[in-house]
Design a protein around this ligand. Structure first.
Ligand code: NAD
Length: 367
């Protein structure tokens, strides 16, 4: 049974209060006794088109935590898809459970049937702990899925394209701070050596960046040390590290009171979603500390761009990569807008996305 209160910071909000506050259209709770599936599909906004966003499988400590994650992530997708210039709305799904133990064909196919029941209002793809194989199981039940393997005729894992966009966004932020977008010799700490983190490290190493890495799994760190010359940083020391750029590529909310107070870098640019625990408060704290923040939903939009063209059946890798390169100019204009209007980069990017939605749907989202 889902409890009717959600704890978010010190506030207690009911599910409907959260949905009202974040302006969602629909939230679907999916349960299947036979497979043990417990999933939440959150559709935030469909003005630009069907909602699209990946599925995350995570062993949430509580159901409330899973609901909040689904709501926050799906809202982020609305802004991400809008600023990326895609004709899709924002949605996201979470599956509650331990991906290492509970994921199997039956569970994925049952989940696929729930997606099918929404008739195309929500389209899924990979997020944390999901693979192209999982998408193929979902595809057996619904066509509202992208990110199938290339061998099966799809566009494959979107993470390398996400990482490319993050790299491009990082260069734009570097340009804003130093006047040059070269990253050679810069000290960059990548938190999370997963699908996005690994691909990002590849770009960084090739440009002569001094990379340090942190991950909670030893095997990920040994995998990376065997391939690249990188420093390993313990999770406890991330925010004290002497670095130029912090690249969060694990989970969200790492930009908070405690971390921002300690941080020594001049730029935050990474692939993780929802990096700011509190969008307004922590966005402002970063400015006060002189740290330039490249908004997560802007610079990590490469993967969804890849998925979008795959889903609409007009996939050409070179064109996708070209479109992802436009993140550079968008990021610079967001950082300039933020400076000029004395607002945070997050607010500047959200304003651009909200304006596009308002122009199409005559509906001004509040943020
Ligand atoms: P992933 O599961 O492949 O990698 C995440 C990595 O972070 C794992 O190696 C995990 O061990 C590590 N990790 C978890 N908690 C950590 C912690 N506290 N400290 C250090 N490491 C930790 O996931 P991914 O696909 O690489 O996605 C990473 C982030 O990027 C997520 O927030 C995801 O939502 C976001 N994102 C991913 C894509 C994509 O295309 N994959 C697109 C947009 C946004």
């Amino acid at each position: 049974m889902i409890s009717d209160t959600v704890i978010e910071g010190t506030r207690q909000l009911s599910v409907f209060d959260q949905v009202a506050e974040m302006e969602h259209e629909q939230v679907v709770f999916c349960y299947d006794q036979a497979t043990g599936l417990k999933a939440i599909i959150a559709i935030h906004n469909t003005i630009l088109g069907p909602s699209m966003g990946g599925t995350r499988m995570w062993n949430y400590a509580t159901e409330d935590e899973a609901i909040t994650d689904a709501l926050r992530l799906s809202r982020g997708m609305t802004y991400k898809n809008a600023i990326a210039g895609l004709n899709i709305g924002g949605g996201k799904a979470v599956i509650i459970g331990d991906a290492r133990r509970q994921k199997n064909e039956a569970l994925m196919r049952r989940f696929g049937r729930f997606i099918e029941s929404l008739g195309g209002r929500y389209v899924t793809a990979e997020d944390v702990n999901m693979t192209t194989r999982d998408m193929e199981y979902i595809r057996m039940e619904t066509r509202h899925v992208a990110g199938i393997s290339e061998a099966m005729g799809g566009s494959g894992d979107p993470s390398p394209v996400t990482a490319y966009g993050v790299y491009i966004g990082m260069k734009a932020a570097r340009k804003k701070v130093t006047g040059s977008d070269s990253l050679t010799g810069a000290k960059v700490l990548v938190q999370g050596a997963g699908n996005v983190g690994l691909n990002l490290i590849d770009y960084l190493v090739k440009e002569g960046v001094l990379v340090s890495v942190s991950d909670i799994f030893e095997e990920k760190l040994s995998q990376i040390s065997s391939k690249y010359k990188v420093d390993i940083v313990s999770s406890d020391d991330i925010f004290e590290a002497d670095i130029d750029i912090y690249a969060p590529c694990a989970l969200g909310a790492t930009l908070n009171d405690e971390s921002i107070r300690k941080m020594k870098c001049s730029i935050v640019a990474g692939g993780a979603n929802n990096q700011l625990l509190d969008e307004v408060r922590h966005g402002r704290m970063l400015i006060e500390r002189g740290i330039v923040y490249a908004p997560d939903f802007l610079i990590n939009g490469g993967g969804i761009t890849n998925i979008y063209y795959d889903y609409i059946g007009n996939y050409k890798k070179e064109l996708v990569m070209k479109q992802v390169e436009s993140i550079y100019e968008t990021c610079l204009s967001v950082l300039n807008k933020s400076e000029k209007e004395n607002i945070t980069p997050q607010e500047a990017a959200m304003a651009i996305a909200a304006d596009r939605i308002a122009a199409i749907g005559n509906n001004k989202l509040s943020f």
